[in-house]
Design a protein around this ligand. Structure first.
Ligand SMILES: [Zn+2]
Length: 198
């Protein structure tokens, strides 16, 4: 309606140029017009500004379409980047899990290796003692209790300790006073002996 009024105004009789004060600024893409009064500079500026704003979103402006396509493309690129970052994070988490698992295996392997070293040393001590006993037998000799105890201590099968009723077996109490020197088997030998007895 307003446009029609202004158009009517424009069609005022030619000749009286002062009456022709309304002009239309028109979108070159879709033809939408903005009417302004040439007598008021602010109106003209406002009309141009309005037209510029319209141009920037005119559905028939090919640049707007390009811009929309570019925005959509940027949006897809952002989404792809986010997916890539998420995938990277997931991969990093997976790598951490694998590393942790690897550390566990390394620790387990180190533990087994230490066990093997211990078992090798235990076997060497037992072999040293057994071979001495066998050599004595083959030579026609014999080992008395004191010799057996001394050699076992030297080889490392027995350890000299001060008797302590708190720490040592009850059955020793009748034979020893606190502080007496006693000889105890290595813990791994006690475990072996307990296994054999059962
Ligand atoms: Zn337009």
């Amino acid at each position: 309606m307003r446009d029609e009024q202004h158009t009517a105004h424009e069609q005022a009789p030619a000749g009286d140029s002062e009456q022709i004060t309304a002009h239309a600024a028109m979108c070159i893409y879709c033809g939408e017009a903005v009417i302004y009064d040439t007598r008021q500079v602010t109106d003209m500026e406002a009309a141009h500004q309005q037209l510029v704003e319209h141009d920037q979103q005119c559905p028939k402006n090919p640049l707007v379409a390009n811009l929309d396509a570019a925005r959509a493309s940027i949006g897809r690129a952002h989404a792809a980047k986010n997916r890539a970052e998420e995938a990277e994070l997931a991969a990093a988490r997976e790598l951490d899990e694998v590393r942790a698992e690897c550390d566990d295996w390394h620790q387990a392997a180190a533990g087994l290796s230490a066990d093997l070293t211990d078992m090798g040393q235990q076997r060497d001590a037992l072999l040293a003692f057994v071979n001495e006993a066998l050599d004595a037998a083959f030579d026609g000799g014999s080992l008395d209790g004191a010799t057996i105890q001394d050699r076992a201590e030297e080889i490392g099968l027995l350890t000299a300790e001060a008797y302590d009723p708190e720490r040592h077996p009850d059955e020793l109490a009748s034979e020893f006073d606190a502080g007496d020197t006693i000889y105890v088997r290595q813990p791994w030998m006690v475990i072996q002996a307990a296994g054999d007895e059962s």
